[in-house]
Write a protein of this length. Structure first.
Length: 320
């Protein structure tokens, strides 16, 4: 049987099970639907753990024996001393996007270009960044932080946004990858499913009525004709979006919003520790008694937990 192991690097300190008994438990939460991934480490109270400080960079690797996988790199945010323990929590480098507020107007730029610029200003490296929609004009203001603006752009384009395992910002539409397969009675400890009825079956997006009939490359906003995009039919959701300035973009935003609303099936799978499972990848579930839980799904969240008493487990959140 493989033995779970870890390596934690914080500042100049390295914590490993073979060299110290300092670490009691490690929890890592990766989640596309939260602003920043996070970690929580419980240390024994001693000179080494007491030397850790807020703002220290931290890198966490988990796995088995000689097969360690880096699961998160970030910065310590809170240190809570207790009677005989120290609780250390921290966030991924997405924290830099949360701290950044700027005022900027972009002219004739794609969503991807805007995202790349904001990431650069926040000192966040970028990975796969797709272009998405193009805007004749797009205004960023300091009433929202950079992450919130990027999330808005992702929703308009129907994209995902997250920090990957290489500490780089990803901004793109989900693409199926070779799946991680889990089978009932073999790999799965526990599983849950959530099937919600969509709130709406159509979406109407109303823009600012600038260039809908002459193309998005123009910059006039004098036409009295309305810019509208519709996706689906039936009971609908109406959205007013002044950043949408042409009919084609309005239709694309409506389609992206409807597609998100139609993703009504989600769930979780708990398994033995799988450090190699990453956000944005594909999971395949087989043999579940509930047929809705079988098939291929997108990985939306991953929670790793390792402790001396409970071993190493991973909870994978998926969405159809």
């Amino acid at each position: 049987m493989l033995k779970p192991t870890y390596e934690i690097q914080i500042g100049s300190e390295t914590f490993e099970p073979n060299t110290s008994g300092d670490v009691i438990s490690i929890r890592v939460n990766l989640d596309m639907d939260k602003p920043a991934d996070s970690f929580e480490i419980v240390f024994m109270m001693n000179d080494r753990s007491s030397s850790l400080g807020k703002g220290d960079d931290a890198s966490i690797s988990l796995g088995y024996e000689d097969n360690l996988v880096k699961v998160l790199k970030g910065t310590i945010d809170i240190i809570e001393p207790r009677v005989s323990k120290i609780l250390v929590t921290g966030l991924s480098f997405a924290l830099r996007l949360l701290d950044l507020r700027v005022n900027q107007v972009y002219e004739n730029q794609s969503a991807g270009n805007i995202v790349s610029d904001l990431a650069g200003r926040a000192n966040v490296s970028t990975g796969e960044v797709s272009d998405g929609l193009r805007f004749p004009m797009y205004a960023i203001d300091d009433t929202k932080n950079a992450y919130e603006h990027i999330r808005d752009l992702a929703e308009k384009c129907g994209f995902d946004v997250y920090i990957n395992s290489d500490d780089k910002l990803v901004f793109k539409k989900y693409e199926r990858k070779s799946p991680h397969t889990f089978e009932y009675g073999k790999d799965i400890i526990q599983a849950e499913v959530n099937d919600q009825k969509p709130m709406a079956v159509s979406v109407l997006v109303c823009g600012e009525s600038p260039s809908s009939f002459k193309g998005a490359d123009t910059s006039h906003w004098l036409t009295k004709r309305e810019v509208e995009g519709v996706a689906g039919s039936g009971a609908g959701l109406s959205i007013q979006d002044p950043t949408v300035k042409d009919k084609d973009s309005a239709e694309k935003v409506a389609e992206a919003k409807l597609e998100a609303l139609e993703r009504s099936l989600s769930g979780t799978v708990k398994t033995i520790g799988k450090a190699g499972v990453k956000l944005g990848e594909t999971i395949e579930v087989k043999g579940m008694p509930n047929a809705k839980m079988n098939g291929e799904f997108q990985i939306r969240s991953v929670e790793h937990f390792l402790s001396k008493t409970e071993g190493f487990t991973t909870i994978i959140g998926w969405r159809k």
